[in-house]
Design a protein around this ligand. Sequence first.
Ligand SMILES: [Fe+2]
Length: 259
Amino acid sequence: MRVLVVGDVVGRPGRSAVRSLLPRIVEEHEIHFIIVNAENAAGGSGITEPTARELFEAGAHVLTTGNHVWGQREAFGFVDREERLLRPANFPDGAPGRGAGVYQVRGERVGVVNVQGRTFMQALEDPFRTAEELVGRLREECRIIFVDMHAEATSEKMALARFLDGKVTCVFGTHTHVPTADECILPGGTAYITDVGMTGPVDSIIGMQPKAIIERFLTGLPVRFEVARGKAALHGILVDADERTGAATAIERIRLTQD
Ligand SMILES: [Fe+2]
């Protein structure tokens, strides 16, 4: 089975890149299952029902998120009821939504887990113990399991991947919006990349208009960020999984830019 993971979709340009580029990727690579990190899909922060629908219609099977999942307040109810939308599982009890799920595709079950790191980020519950427990539960139902580790620190992402090596098909990092060149298959058979990168405007600072970001670094004042305009790039990974064992057999980075 071949799974495509699409990196953090940023605002309208990111959604436009998914709509225009995803069909081409699916056709060229014979993809069976698509996971899209969509925490910034709505206006550059958060997710709404219409933006999620746009991504599902473009081919996404599951949407994962991260620290910006609550960026659109009106979407709390939607996060709670849409089973194909995940938020980090290590949010405290009482937060709406869910952090893991099992999805059926072509008679095969795929488990997806979403957790968030704590280094230089909000102090949530332990992502290691949370992921360990969820993976243990999912393994009773499926062999192919993907984990979105939404985190800032490269070491924390690597540590989670090594911690879960041999128990899941793939641990992929999201959040920084900058792809890393360290994709590999770990000794236990788990595919890994520190960051998938973003799907958003090329002429930007991690998806936002550069002027305001530079202004904030220069002055330290709160500045309103706007999603940058122009053509977008899609960053992703393709992972081949052995259905019998759940181990990864290949991982490849992809980058496509709109014409
Ligand atoms: Fe994030």
